[in-house]
Design a protein around this ligand. Structure first.
Ligand SMILES: *[C@@H]1O[C@H](CO)[C@@H](O)[C@H](O)[C@H]1NC(C)=O
Ligand SMILES: *[C@@H]1O[C@H](CO)[C@@H](O)[C@H](O)[C@H]1NC(C)=O
Ligand SMILES: *[C@@H]1O[C@H](CO)[C@@H](O)[C@H](O)[C@H]1NC(C)=O
Ligand SMILES: *[C@@H]1O[C@H](CO)[C@@H](O)[C@H](O)[C@H]1NC(C)=O
Ligand SMILES: *[C@@H]1O[C@H](CO)[C@@H](O)[C@H](O)[C@H]1NC(C)=O
Length: 242
């Protein structure tokens, strides 16, 4: 009986050591919690949301030649490439090795820096682009939330969201995100298709709410012509959607 107990104790100690080792080393394998001026996200490292639902990092579109890299958000646990948001849609990086997603020490903007086809020395290819009056400064931090929203917050007050990816959707609407008029920024948020499956630059199709205020979803071609419409909202469904 004594022997058994000591075996159990040893297993417990072993298990505890393994758990501690995991706690100590797991984050170093590339999953950071936040991005700040002091702690940029480098190369292939990714940021994972608290419950592990979403991941943020650089990706190369599946089926592409693999030499263009984009800042994206995807479902961490769904197999295959499930990109829901892309930052530098039309300005890819040409390599990940010296790429960095960082909070600018100058103005606190979140920015993606790295080499491009045109420039081997790193350049800013994407930025949250807040004017200085809207950004408290270099204390800002960025994190990916469990609903897939990438947020830049004031480091001294994390409920003060300065910029968020939900205000700048790409081609995918996830629960809790939104399209239509943003009453805070005055911008009109729409989903815009990728150019094709290998190129996330803006394509010709977009989807948004009727800019004239009727509760109807419009599919636009070339952002100029209505391609299809859902019919008005009837309270439970859109008129032309079964
Ligand atoms: C990043 O990941 C890709 C794909 O897994 C790999 O081919 C590449 O060598 C990695 N780059 C670096 C700098 O680790
Ligand atoms: C940043 O914002 C300014 C003014 O709103 C705009 O002219 C410029 O194109 C933007 N730059 C980027 C990289 O989005
Ligand atoms: C950054 O945060 C620290 C601690 O919260 C504070 O002491 C410092 O004044 C802040 N700096 C700026 C530029 O806001
Ligand atoms: C933090 O930011 C929120 C949202 O902007 C604001 O309502 C709140 O007053 C701020 N808290 C402090 C302590 O400044
Ligand atoms: C596409 O949109 C642009 C800009 O709105 C417009 O100038 C052009 O005529 C449109 N093309 C077609 C074929 O309608």
């Amino acid at each position: 009986r004594k022997r058994k107990r000591s075996t159990i104790t040893m297993s417990l100690i072993t298990a505890t050591l393994i758990a501690l080792a995991c706690l100590c080393f797991a984050p170093a394998v590339g999953a950071a919690a936040t991005v700040s001026a002091r702690r940029p996200l480098r190369g292939n490292d990714t940021l994972v949301s608290a419950q592990g639902k979403f991941e943020l990092g650089l990706f190369s579109p599946a089926g592409s030649s693999g030499d263009r890299f984009y800042l994206g958000i995807w479902y961490k646990n769904i197999p295959g490439q499930t990109i829901i948001w892309v930052g530098n849609r039309a300005s890819p990086l040409s390599a990940v090795a010296s790429a960095e997603l960082r909070v600018s020490a100058d103005d606190g903007n979140l920015e993606l820096v790295g080499p491009t086809v045109a420039s081997t020395s790193p350049v800013v290819v994407w930025s949250s682009n807040l004017s200085s009056s809207l950004s408290p400064g270099s204390n800002n931090t960025a994190e990916i939330r469990d609903n897939g929203n990438l947020v830049l917050v004031d480091g001294g007050n994390s409920s003060n969201v300065l910029w968020q990816s939900f205000d700048h959707p790409t081609d995918t609407l996830v629960p809790e995100a939104w399209i239509g008029e943003n009453k805070l920024t005055g911008e009109y948020q729409a989903l815009t298709s990728w150019r094709n499956a290998q190129d996330p630059a803006s394509g010709v199709f977009s989807e948004t709410l009727d800019p004239n205020g009727a509760s109807e979803v419009f599919y636009m071609w070339n952002r100029s012509r209505v391609y299809w419409r859902t019919g008005v909202w009837m309270g439970q469904a859109f008129a032309r959607l079964p």
